[in-house]
Design a binder for this molecule. Structure first.
Ligand code: NAD
Length: 475
């Protein structure tokens, strides 16, 4: 299949008014895969104009018709999942198992929201005073700006596009500059599935901040759905405030992974490998801090180090590798720097601790003797590095787990009733109990504290793109 590398505005692929292009790099060998069109401020504002013009007709389609288009997108993408995975591997660097896993997860949002499109309910009741009927309906919010990160180039786009389209909104998608090719492919698939021109637009500005700011000040934009770092999320919340734009924010995490006294260590290690290594650790859901009860610490450290050391590292195009590249050399260097700081602060490397000079690879790494509160426990590692912290009593572990401004996800391994009691005390939007894989289009994904606002997926996801309307009827 052809690699698409232009802007998509009003149903047409266009190069952008300046004709400029930026390179998309394969992080496994630093080769240039494509030269992608640069969107100017004028291109981006034109995309919003087009989305605004397309809104009334799309809003007025029936929920069933929107559902059919989304279902068609699901069927089409399911047929082409290997191509989607290849694009993800090429521009993001991840291993094949992670790429095909992402493709399946991403595609599933179209099936889930095709089912949700016709399930949006409302309310009809007699007012308590008996003087009127209260009718509540949910209407599409309007033109929605969708800004996505590089770590899940397909799934972060479909997790927003599917509910927005199901709700009857029109969209402008702004993917990360590192990974625009998968986003362009998803937009093309939607067009082939029958989404009308202007309903889904794609822009890739190089001057990201000012151009996104300009779009957020376009009077037609009514929704911002953002996934990315908390730092950028804060900037966008401020910008969105000027026009009181509704925001959904899926931000950073600093996930604790608690191994409770009496836990099954083999099960905990198996879970740790998933919670840490899915997507090579470049996941907002990645376990960042492992709090392991002192009675189990040595056994857990030994078994986890053995499992980590057994993971083979290399390009995702070779399916035998369990760990691919990080998204860029800069990300590899950031991970390396966090590890060397941890060692300076007293941690010991049990396995790994090395990057590659040949590409953006970093070896699976286990650090022991990490102090709670040290640098690595306060930063999102976003790479294949497990930091182990020993604790003596469960109350301390809970206190340490909660000692962060983030609250996206947490993991607890241990006997079920103790694990449940601990889970209830964790300040987190999601908790995996003796389970490390939680993402599911049917479940509400999102965080508390500075990890975000709102939820994606589940029946809640479509409501992020709907507004409540109250009609009062005379009795
Ligand atoms: P990022 O915040 O740097 O970038 C995210 C998006 O915002 C990109 O499209 C980027 O181009 C754009 N952007 C950057 N600066 C901007 C600005 N000033 N104005 C407007 N847009 C701007 O994040 P990233 O490095 O691409 O992704 C990693 C981060 O994303 C991590 O913090 C991770 O935890 C988070 N993340 C969260 C979730 C979640 O669901 N909570 C999922 C995936 C990733």
């Amino acid at each position: 299949m052809e690699i698409l590398a232009d802007l998509h505005i009003g149903g047409t692929w266009v190069p952008g008014e300046t004709g400029e292009r930026f390179p998309v790099i394969d992080p496994s060998d630093s080769s240039v895969i494509a030269e992608f069109a640069v969107a100017s401020r004028a291109d981006a504002l034109r995309a919003v104009d087009v989305a605004a013009a397309a809104f009334p007709a799309w809003r007025d389609t029936s929920p069933r018709d929107r559902a059919e288009v989304l279902r068609a997108a699901f069927e089409l993408l399911r047929e082409e999942r290997e191509w989607m995975a290849e694009l993800i591997i090429r521009e993001n660097g991840k291993a094949y198992a992670d790429a095909i896993g992402e493709a399946d997860y991403a595609i599933e949002f179209f099936r889930w929201f095709s089912e949700e499109a016709s399930r949006v309910g409302g309310d009809f009741r007699l007012a308590p005073r008996g003087d009127k009927r209260i009718v509540v309906s949910h209407e599409p919010i309007g033109v929605s700006l969708l800004v996505t990160p590089w770590n899940y180039p397909a799934a972060m786009a479909t997790r927003k596009l599917a509910p927005a389209l199901a709700a009857g909104c029109t969209t402008v998608l702004k993917p990360a500059m590192e990974t625009p090719l998968t986003a362009a492919y998803v937009v093309d698939a939607l067009q082939r599935a029958g989404v009308p021109d202007g309903v889904v637009n794609l822009v890739t500005p190089v001057e990201t901040g000012p151009v996104v700011d300009a779009m957020l000040h376009h009077p037609a934009v009514r929704k911002l759905s953002f996934t990315g770092s908390t730092e950028v999320g804060r900037i966008l919340l401020r910008e969105a405030a000027d026009q009181v734009i509704s925001t959904s924010m899926e931000l950073g995490g600093n996930a604790p992974f608690l191994v409770l006294p009496g836990a099954d260590v083999d099960a905990a290690v198996e879970g740790a490998m998933v919670a840490k290594m899915r997507n090579g650790g470049s996941a907002c859901t990645a376990a960042n801090r492992f709090y392991v009860h002192s009675s189990l610490h040595e056994e857990f450290a030994a078994k986890l180090s053995e499992a980590m050391a057994a993971v083979s590292v290399g390009s995702g195009l070779d399916r035998s590798h369990g760990l691919g590249a990080l998204v860029s050399l800069a990300e590899r260097d950031k991970v390396a720097s966090l590890v060397s700081t941890a060692v300076e602060e007293g941690a010991t490397t049990r396995t790994g601790g090395k990057g590659s000079d040949m590409g953006a690879f970093y070896d699976p790494t286990v650090l022991v003797g990490v102090e709670h509160g040290s640098t690595i426990t306060r930063h999102e590692i976003f790479g294949p590095v497990a930091a182990l912290i020993s604790y003596d009593d469960v109350d301390t572990a809970v206190e340490w787990a909660n000692a962060t401004e983030f609250g996206l996800i947490a993991y607890v391994y241990g006997e079920q009733s103790l694990a449940l009691r601990v889970a209830r005390r964790l300040e987190s939007g999601m908790v995996g109990i003796n389970r490390a894989l939680l993402s599911d289009p049917a479940a509400p994904f999102g965080g508390v504290k500075q990890s975000g606002l709102g939820r994606e997926g589940s029946s809640e996801g479509i409501h992020e793109f709907l507004e409540t309307k109250y009609l009062g009827l005379d009795v």
